[in-house]
Design a protein. Structure first.
Length: 347
């Protein structure tokens, strides 16, 4: 089992500066590298303070200079917001800067509010079309001269400058949920990243089964890697109520997710208040006990047991999702417990 850190700067009010958040993200990344994590993943989101990352590239380039072993994952680039030449060139440049540590994650996008601002208001549900056209084009550009006539992008003979250090290119990952996404990823030699969000391990099993079905439907193709991304909060054994800290924070995170995803309010300077708790009184997944059970919250031994189960299912990489609305000190304490008391069980 490999371990990675999935992290953003997240800002819940104006008491913490963006510079402080940047320094905190750096500190947690350096801690993860020293603790044996394979990759740090940073995604892409726009105009929202609770997930700050207008581009993963500058953050990853900075981290490349501060680190020496941890791999640097764009997790994920939102295909409809990019041109293939920019994806190819920027990813290759990061691969050069990091001396071959780049991992390329691509997704179709999710928030309609971002599509309204970044993609002319096209439906977010159509982003998969961009993703499916993007992947093979980027690979061709890494190889050399290539002219493209597609449904979305058209350009004359061009190439990626620079070329990546890794040949034939950095590993590609697809954020997959539906069977078609799994099938596309495997057909195109891409690794697969999945997240059950607030759902329990039955969702992990379902996503893994979709992955296995896609493998069975594409015989002769080498099995790619499967990564599971989960909100994770580790608390000490001598703090029996420590789980509540994580559960309440993750509840706030998903109530805020609901407000952004609903796209019914106009953000104020990048902020949206979490949807009120009473909205979810008939949604059992928002009950604190169920958040505790469904996400990865627990003592080190409880976390070890859950990850062992994922390992038995055939998961190759577990990604510690650090976004959860907790203060930096709590995140750091949780990550340190994970490093000192969880990872050694898998070495």
């Amino acid at each position: 089992m490999k371990f990675s850190l999935f992290i953003h700067m997240e800002r819940w009010d104006e008491t913490t500066s963006h510079r402080q958040l940047f320094e905190q993200l750096t500190e947690l990344t350096l801690l993860a590298e020293a603790g044996g994590f394979r990759t740090v993943w940073i995604g892409e989101h726009h105009s929202m303070e609770y997930t700050i990352s207008p581009s993963p590239m500058p953050l990853l380039a900075y981290l490349a200079a501060r680190t020496s072993t941890i791999r640097l994952g764009a997790g994920t680039i939102i295909a409809p917001f990019w041109h293939p030449l920019r994806v190819a060139g920027e990813c290759a440049l990061l691969d050069v800067i990091s001396n071959g540590r780049m991992e390329v994650g691509l997704a179709r996008g999710a928030y309609q509010m971002e599509f309204d601002r970044m993609a002319g208001g096209i439906p977010a549900t159509t982003g998969g079309t961009h993703l499916r056209e993007m992947v093979p084009v980027v690979r061709k550009l890494w190889e050399g001269d290539y002219a493209h006539q597609g449904n979305i992008w058209n350009f004359p003979t061009s190439t990626s400058v620079p070329k990546p250090v890794q040949q034939p290119g950095p590993p590609m990952w697809i954020a997959a949920r539906d069977p078609d996404s799994h099938d596309f990823a495997i057909k195109n030699g891409c690794n697969v990243m999945v997240t059950p969000l607030m759902k329990g391990d039955e969702e992990v099993v379902d996503l893994k089964n979709k992955f296995e079905t896609a493998l069975a439907n594409n015989p002769g193709i080498e099995r790619p890697q499967l990564m599971v991304l989960r909100h994770t909060h580790v608390h000490a054994v001598d703090d029996p109520q420590g789980w509540e800290v994580g559960a309440k924070a993750i509840s706030k995170f998903y109530r805020t997710f609901d407000a952004w995803f609903g796209n019914k309010q106009t953000p104020v300077n990048g902020f949206l208040a979490p949807s009120p708790e009473e909205k979810f009184k008939d949604r059992p997944e928002f009950e604190l006990d169920n958040i505790r059970k469904n996400t990865l919250i627990g003592t080190p031994e409880e976390i070890i047991a859950r990850i062992r189960y994922y390992q038995e299912l055939g998961v190759d990489e577990f990604s510690f999702w650090a976004d959860n609305s907790l203060p930096h000190a709590e995140k750091k304490k949780s990550l340190e417990l994970f490093i000192s008391q969880v990872i050694p069980s898998f070495q």
